[in-house]
Design a protein around this ligand. Structure first.
Ligand SMILES: *[C@@H]1O[C@H](CO)[C@@H](O)[C@H](O)[C@H]1NC(C)=O
Length: 482
């Protein structure tokens, strides 16, 4: 059910009518003086008409507003409050019901709860308004149940505050099979700081998912709740999402574990952590905050700025680890299907270290192709390829400046390599590669100055043409194991 709206085209139509009246030509053949009198009368009439009309429009406006409120009150909905732009209901969302707060023994804690069947298309939670902040916990029910349960607690040290906050059952206007919970606070709060106690208002939201004895399938879960810390339980074994979307700002997102096909987890100025298993894509995004997670997907996109990236990341098609002014400290696993395109990882930061272990695997046991990029500046870079299949093709570009570049390729690496720096030394060492059952790899260095080394390594000419590895820094030593 959506709030009624005014038809504002009505007054403008009437104004058009009045205007065309004023354009009516004078009757022909009248005496000039009489015509002048008539003109005055006509102008006065028009003025009267406009005055009466304006009054009429005003009265209709006020009356219909009153009638509307009376009607909606009688129906049990406070439509006036919800239609008011003060409540910042987002576009595309319609309000279904906003039950009254219930109070227990503490008048500073109000609660509202909902129970509803899991919607087929989308389950969502959203928050808007100047004092809408707090925490949301997403967990599964302890006992078996078919229903979703949402519990909302509002803590306010100003009792009047409960008139200026609402929790409403909502819907997407374009999706009948959606159910959401909306938390709204109005702008009354802007003028009622209550001597600095305004921070003592917060919401505690609990979203309790149904539970059956088999894995629960949820098509889509969305939160859009700025300044709500998100706590997600360990759900990966019990719930499978097609689409898992968490969005907040200025608040952290902690996820025990989650399993989804697609996932987008976004905040700002705060950390993201947790275990994210995606069958297709996962994106973890924040800024000015740390990402410390474990994420695996076909494509994984991990981005922050002014914060660390750490944890374990795996992808079979593409992995991005991107930050600025924050170190990247991670274990990366790439799995490539040799019959498909290469698997790529791009690791970028600035003014901070990169220290990453990479484990490359092939879905066919051997070969596969991998594209690895690592770039920083003003800091050291250390990559270690712990494992890679025989006959794999690696294209590596690893560059930094004002720090050391330290790259240890896998025992099975075959291909060309360059290592370069300025104002410092390059050292190239060869692992023996012997325990791979092919004997010792052969290495040939084709160019060697103190700060630049170029060469080829492999078991065969074919192998030696497979990979390329470029490692460089400026004003720092390079060491490369091939
Ligand atoms: C690399 O990954 C494979 C497959 O997951 C695993 O069996 C192997 O132990 C890993 N190697 C290292 C050095 O972690």
């Amino acid at each position: 059910m959506s709030a009624p709206t005014f038809d504002y085209t009505y007054p403008s139509k009437r104004e058009d009518a009045g205007w065309s009246d004023a354009q009516t030509p004078l009757l022909p053949g009248a005496h000039p003086a009489v015509a002048e009198d008539r003109r005055k009368i006509r102008i006065r009439r028009i003025c009267h008409f406009f005055f009466a009309f304006t009054l009429f429009v005003l009265v209709i406006h006020v009356l219909s507003d009153t009638v509307r409120i009376q009607t909606s009150r009688a129906l049990g909905f406070d439509f006036k409050a919800m239609a008011d732009p003060e409540w910042s209901i987002p576009e595309g969302v319609s309000i279904v019901d906003c039950p009254a707060w219930e109070f227990g023994e503490h008048s500073d804690v109000g609660t509202v709860s909902f129970n509803f069947a899991l919607p087929a298309a989308e389950l969502f939670a959203l928050a808007r308004g100047p004092r809408s902040h707090g925490t949301i916990q997403i967990r599964q029910s302890d006992g078996e149940t078919d229903d979703v349960r949402v519990n909302v607690e509002m803590h306010s040290d100003a009792h009047g505050g409960f008139d200026h906050a609402k929790v409403c059952l909502s819907k997407r206007k374009d999706e009948d099979d959606s159910v959401g919970v909306g938390i709204f606070t109005d702008h009354w709060w802007d003028n009622h700081h209550h001597r600095g106690h305004n921070h003592h208002i917060h919401f505690v939201v609990e979203l309790v998912l149904p539970k059956h004895n088999e894995v629960l399938h949820i098509t889509k879960l969305t939160t859009d709740m700025p300044i709500f810390t998100h706590n997600v339980d360990e759900l990966a074994d019990a719930v499978s999402f097609d689409s898992f979307n968490l969005h907040t700002t200025n608040a952290a997102i902690h996820t025990g574990s989650v399993h989804t096909v697609h996932g987008v987890v976004r905040t700002s100025n705060a950390a993201i952590d947790g275990v994210y298993v995606a069958d297709e894509n996962i994106a973890l995004r924040t800024s000015n905050g740390r990402i410390a997670a474990s994420a695996s997907a076909i494509r994984a996109d991990i981005r922050t700025s002014n914060g660390h990236i750490e944890g374990e990341y795996s992808a079979s098609r593409e992995l991005v680890l991107l930050t600025h002014n924050g170190p990247i400290n991670a274990a990366v696993a790439l799995a490539n299907d040799p019959d498909g395109p290469p698997t790529e990882v791009d690791m970028t930061t600035s003014n901070s270290k990169i220290r990453v272990n990479l484990n490359l695997t092939s879905t066919k046991g051997s070969s596969g192709s991998f594209v690895v990029g690592a770039r920083s500046s003003n800091a050291g870079l250390a990559l270690e390829f712990t494992d890679a299949p025989l006959d794999a093709a690696l294209q590596l570009n690893a560059h930094t400046s004002m720090g050391s570049a330290d790259v240890r390729l896998h025992q099975t690496y075959e291909g060309s390599f360059t290592a370069s720096t300025s104002h410092s030394r390059v050292q190239v060492q060869m692992g023996d590669g012997e325990d791979q059952g092919r004997g010792r790899k052969s290495i040939s260095v084709t160019r060697h100055t103190g700060s630049y080394v170029e060469g080829i390594v492999g078991w065969s000419d074919l192998g030696a043409s497979r990979g390329t590895a470029h490692v460089s820094t400026k004003m720092g030593p390079v060491s490369l194991w091939v």
